[in-house]
Design a protein around this ligand. Structure first.
Ligand SMILES: [Zn+2]
Length: 299
């Protein structure tokens, strides 16, 4: 009997030791999510982001290496709200990893933890081609980093109970640091409160709302649909009757129309990063928002 118990104990050790030593393999769709997971997971996770930070997040060109990464993943964390709808589902099919399929414990959709804006009342194309569930760019509001970090910590605790003390400690550190930065960013953004802006794509709506800026209109006609000359004329009609402070342009869409409006109407055009890695300065979550605030303030 004793020998049997000893053998069982040996077997349990053989099964658990390599697992304990192995880091949790996490795949994320975008770099900002990878950075959040690194903050919370620390040494216990190995994180790979599929998309590059400089890419248009709506139209990612898949590489064969994406499938290999998804095949090895213990956890997949996505932005959701249909931002990945055009490129991720076929990759998941090909990877055929039951751990990270939709509805599995190893799949985390971060959009479930925030309140989306511009959610259409009915199924229509009124929002354009690429925002059918509402605006998916909620991650460009630093206040949303709190619920996202909490959701990631809860998921890591559930998948790796042995690490839960570390994850909770890392979450507390992250929240503490974020709260200090949120106060700093609010103070620095305060002079822009009430300003009227134009943006190319509705990337920054959540940020504008949090800091009290108003959107006059977008350069593109609808999300994902480039401007027509009639749309630009209509927008110029609105500009003539208002005092627009800034034109916000992302780094991946064509900027000719924004440059034209900027030169003709004397409104500064600001190029803003939309993800970690979009510009050299945005190395992580904190420097991404540092850089957005710095550029908005023209410092
Ligand atoms: Zn979009």
């Amino acid at each position: 009997m004793k020998r049997k118990n000893f053998l069982i104990a040996l077997t349990v050790c053989a099964l658990t030791l390599p697992l304990a030593a192995k880091r949790l393999q996490v795949v994320t769709t975008y770099p900002y999510i990878a950075n959040l997971v690194e903050h919370i997971g620390g040494e216990r996770v190995k994180v790979h982001a599929l998309a590059g930070g400089q890419w248009d997040p709506h139209t990612i060109m898949a590489k064969p290496s994406f499938i290999a990464k998804l095949r090895r993943a213990d956890l997949l964390v996505i932005n959701g709200a249909q931002l990945e709808i055009g490129w991720l589902p076929p990759l998941l099919n090909q990877a055929n990893n039951p751990k990270v399929n939709v509805g599995s414990p190893g799949m985390l959709d971060l959009s479930r933890f925030v309140k989306l804006i511009d959610v259409p009342d009915s199924v229509s194309r009124a929002q354009g081609d690429i925002h059918p569930d509402g605006n998916p760019h909620y991650y460009l509001d630093p206040y949303n980093m709190l619920p996202l970090a909490e959701a990631i910590a809860a998921k890591l605790c559930a998948l790796d109970r042995q690490g839960s003390g570390i994850y909770r400690r890392n979450l507390a550190d992250f929240n503490g640091r974020l709260n200090v930065k949120l106060d700093e960013w609010r103070e620095r953004m305060d002079p822009l409160r009430g300003s009227l802006v134009i943006e190319y794509h509705k990337n920054y709506d959540y940020l504008l709302r949090s800091y009290g800026l108003q959107l006059l209109g977008t350069v593109e006609l609808l999300p994902g649909i480039p401007p027509t000359s009639k749309h630009i004329r209509d927008l110029e009609g609105k500009i003539a009757q208002a005092k627009v402070r800034l034109i916000l342009q992302d780094i991946y869409n064509p900027d000719e129309a924004a440059r034209h409006l900027s030169a003709k109407h004397g409104i500064p055009m600001i190029k803003l990063p939309h993800d970690v890695g979009a510009v050299r300065e945005a190395e992580g979550i904190f420097s991404l928002f540092d850089e957005i605030v710095r550029r908005l303030r023209d410092e």
